[in-house]
Ligand binder design. Sequence first.
Ligand SMILES: Cc1cc2nc3c(=O)[nH]c(=O)nc-3n(C[C@H](O)[C@H](O)[C@H](O)COP(=O)(O)OP(=O)(O)OC[C@H]3O[C@@H](n4cnc5c(N)ncnc54)[C@H](O)[C@@H]3O)c2cc1C
Length: 413
Amino acid sequence: MSRTILVLGAGIVGVSCALALQQRGFAVTLLDRKEPGRETSYGNAGVIGRSSLVPLNNPGLYAKLPGYLGNRHPALHLDWRRALTSPGWMLRFLWEGRASQAAARIAAMDGLTATAVTRHRALMQQAGISHRLRETGTLKLWRSEAGLASARAEQELLKAHGIESEILDRQGISALEPSLNPIFPTGLFIAANGSFDSPGAVTAGYAALFVARGGTLIREEVGSLRREGALWRIQTAQRMYEASDVVIALGPWSADLLRPLGLDPKLDVERGYHRHFAAGDGARLSRPVYDVDAAYFMTPMEEGYRVTSGVDLSLRDAPDQLRQIESVTQSAREAFPLGGMLGKTWRGARPTLPDSLPMIGAAPGHQGLWLAFGNQHLGFSTGPMTGELLAALLNGEAPPIDPKPYAPGRYIR
Ligand SMILES: Cc1cc2nc3c(=O)[nH]c(=O)nc-3n(C[C@H](O)[C@H](O)[C@H](O)COP(=O)(O)OP(=O)(O)OC[C@H]3O[C@@H](n4cnc5c(N)ncnc54)[C@H](O)[C@@H]3O)c2cc1C
């Protein structure tokens, strides 16, 4: 029997899986309740983070925690109701940050990000949307003189992974980004990072490529799935679909369909917000900037200057908590002459597993069920490699990178 594959979720991860499977000759159907790239894959900071190797839960987090727990720092907000609802996840998230795990987790992130720019460049060419890719790097900025030591430490880490960077002083920062106000004594320019002017449009462009190559894209809400004999039956609001293989790429919603099957992938979320702004007269940025002390990215986007917030550890569907985005809006105004706000505040949820690595591969004990989610802060960067690895595993090929760090079996027994 030839294999028919249903990919659930048309964010960057699902679309990347669908393209990689299609390239291997499979008949693939991609299903989402919305248009492709309208959720987390729309609202992110648009950075291809080649250099983002250290996850939030790293050994340095422990020292910062006391400062975060009062919910006065914009980098992190903790809703205690959430902590009490899933204390196990929180404790495991903290435990995975211990020093003995750091090198292995960084190596695993490196495996996913090393080819991120090249993979996106190739896909964007094929999709005819290369104009949306900026290869102008990113600029990390510190407000205090103490930032120099952090910039040096980061430069060393990046060098160890073959990533070049340049430490800049006030003049160097101003030469690179003349419109920034001179409040940053130290910067770290990382040329290897890329960025997009619209992550949602890039995802939609990849989905259009999938359709142009003969793939089927369906807009329906999935209610449930179950295995009957050799097939999976997928129930949507409209009808029932059958497939030999199902890929769960539902981002922050992935666990919703797995729990009824008795699978708990230990997936939770780190929420985040963005706002768009006009720029003041003649002001412009040529690349995303990250203000370390104030904890926000500011990225030039098609819709305006997008300011994204830090991590909101509230329950996935709890009402907005706007304190962080309000705080970073104010900080961004100190750094750059932002004009009026354009549109509304957006909220999304980074899908995160306790070790901050995605789950990519076969679901233990469930033939034909494949998992591709949990890409946390870096899903846009790691989406294409996630798709390649998933497709290689499903097709029984030698995987392009060691799949062990992302194996579903580390949380699903
Ligand atoms: C504020 C913020 C900033 C970020 N910045 C960056 C960045 O700069 N660089 C980077 O690489 N990453 C960044 N990320 C992370 C990145 O956006 C995510 O990791 C990535 O988008 C996850 O993609 P996904 O395909 O897994 O999920 P999603 O894009 O959320 O896709 C999941 C899809 O599943 C669909 N779906 C859910 N349930 C159902 C159902 N029952 N039936 C049908 N369809 C369903 C949804 O409609 C959605 O389209 C950021 C995230 C946030 C929140």
